[in-house]
Design a protein around this ligand. Structure first.
Ligand SMILES: Nc1ncnc2c1ncn2[C@@H]1O[C@H](COP(=O)(O)OP(=O)(O)OP(=O)(O)O)[C@@H](O)[C@H]1O
Length: 264
């Protein structure tokens, strides 16, 4: 059981020591990773994925539960630490949702009845209903991502979930993060989307290959996050209405509350 991971500082691209000694992340925490292109976001994630022991370009060291991890955790592909979720991922298998989930549960040594639970929670993240007899290949982007999130939450054993570029994934982002972190996973979100970035508890700011700053989400940012989430949820609803060919009414109560704030 992984209760925490610790990142012990290494060096940035120009060989300077990073300005922290240790970043301790507990299970259930949501951490943002931000920074411009080439600033070292992927390299940091790779260090965590490989459980780096001062043997990567950054010279960082990763501890699990405060200790140096066993070698089999590093090299056994079945004990993968990090599950990845990204906007560009799609299912390719020609099987139904239920067949896939049962097979995945079986491979992981879990009860195949989990399939029902995964579909139930996936449906709470998307506006387009997912049925168990649907073929994976016909799922929309939003349906696929919702299913992946729920699958990672309940079937995959990976204690760390990396979320990369889900800005336009067509799912309820707040609920997706809650579902994953509520299941005791450590969530790393690489994003510049304020809706996601401000939902995190801390943001690691990358620059020149090193962690330059660690920002703790302020009370102001938390308040802004609540507002942005409301806007995001309304956008989600309106997008679904547009998708279903409906007319959009400004008077509809859910839309009005947010638009009042925006257009006064
Ligand atoms: N600490 C480091 N020491 C040496 N090289 C590094 C370090 N961190 C990153 N690099 C190198 O710098 C390059 C850019 O890093 P990386 O791909 O991690 O950036 P990124 O922020 O993920 O960029 P993008 O947003 O474009 O995906 C890579 O070649 C990587 O190997």
């Amino acid at each position: 059981m992984i209760q925490s991971i610790s990142i012990l500082a290494g060096k940035n691209k120009v060989g300077l020591a990073e300005r922290f000694s240790e970043i301790h992340i507990d299970a259930g925490e949501i951490i943002g990773i931000v920074g411009p292109t080439g600033s070292g976001k992927s390299a940091l994630i790779e260090d965590i994925e490989q459980l780096a022991q001062r043997d990567t370009t950054s010279s960082r060291q990763i501890l699990l539960n405060g200790k140096v991890p066993d070698a089999d955790l590093r090299f056994d592909p079945k004990k993968k630490l990090v599950a990845q979720l990204s906007q560009n991922m799609n299912f390719l298998a020609d099987m139904t949702v239920d067949e896939f989930l049962r097979l995945h549960a079986k491979c992981r040594g879990k009860d195949s009845l989990l399939s029902e639970k995964v579909i139930y929670y996936a449906n709470s993240l998307t506006g387009e209903p997912i049925r168990k007899d649907m073929n994976l290949t016909v799922l929309s982007g939003g349906q696929s991502r919702s299913l992946m999130v729920a699958d990672v939450a309940f079937i995959s054993d990976s204690p760390v979930v990396l979320i990369d570029e889900i800005e336009n994934a067509g799912i309820k982002k707040h609920e997706a993060l809650e579902l994953l972190s509520g299941n005791g996973k450590i969530i790393l979100v690489v994003t510049h989307d304020p809706v996601l970035a401000l939902l995190t508890q801390r943001r690691l700011v990358m620059r020149k290959g090193g962690v330059e700053k660690i920002l703790t989400t302020t009370e102001d940012e938390k308040r802004l996050s609540v507002y942005l989430n409301q806007v995001d949820r309304e956008l989600f609803t309106i997008r679904e209405q547009v998708r279903h060919g409906e007319e959009i009414s400004l008077e509809a109560s859910s839309v009005a509350s947010v638009t009042e704030n925006i257009i006064g």
